[in-house]
Design a binder for this molecule. Sequence first.
Ligand code: SAM
Length: 269
Amino acid sequence: MSGFSSEWLSLRAPADARARNEDVISAFLERLPQNRPLHLVDLGSGTGATVTAFAPRIAGKQRWTLLDNDKELLEIASRRAHEYTNLEIEASVADLSRGIDAGALEQVDAVTTSAFLDLVPAKWIDDLVDTLSERRLPFLAFLTYDGRARLDPPHPFDETIRLAMNRHQKTDKGLGAALGPDAAQYALQRFIAAGFTAIAGASDWHSLKQETPFQTALLDGWANAAREIGEEEDEVNAWREERQRLLDAGSLTSTVGHIDFAAFPAKSG
Ligand SMILES: C[S@@+](CC[C@H](N)C(=O)[O-])C[C@H]1O[C@@H](n2cnc3c(N)ncnc32)[C@H](O)[C@@H]1O
């Protein structure tokens, strides 16, 4: 089990789907081999969000290797694969804290990930870039949190919560001290320094007023992070209650900043 529940992943899925950056997706799809079956590896796959995003857009046969340390989430991802006739899934329980097993990248066309890169430390990204550079593999990362978070209407305590949440994002999530909000920019710099070309764009969540369960879970996550990082319990609780009142009245929306990017090795494709 990881700290990510299938309930949370399904609550965020509609916001993820609206947020993914179309320019990044199109550029990535264009660089994949077009006239033969594809083999893609997805890191931190959870219940298979990346497969769901790409599967309908790839006409030919596609094989996905999903790597995650949560067996239950992978089982859900494997069941979902049956929705597609041109899709084969190999789900492997893998602890990615020590990087990617070289065997998983044999005869692979590209590597993807979603909502995972902000959990890893700088060294992990350095190793990823080295590995993909050696193998000349394209990479796509969806939905890396970038530190921006805004509630509308605003509240004077929102900024304290955001800063606390961003500090919490940099704590160890099981793979070492995470880069959190700095992860996407760090990775982009590293890929470019290694000779990759890259395309990046915003993939912000814009929650809808009626998405009460999603926003409730989001605010719970922020409040818990703020408490864990040492913010005053009473102040966090008062803020949390006030925000819930507006949410229940259908009067609160949230925007959370993310970056999508794809990186391509020189002369690939
Ligand atoms: C925020 S979820 C994203 C899941 C999925 N990619 C999505 O976009 O819905 C992060 C994922 O990383 C996985 N994860 C966290 N630490 C991991 C580790 N050390 N090794 C492998 N997977 C890990 C979790 O199990 C979870 O599925």
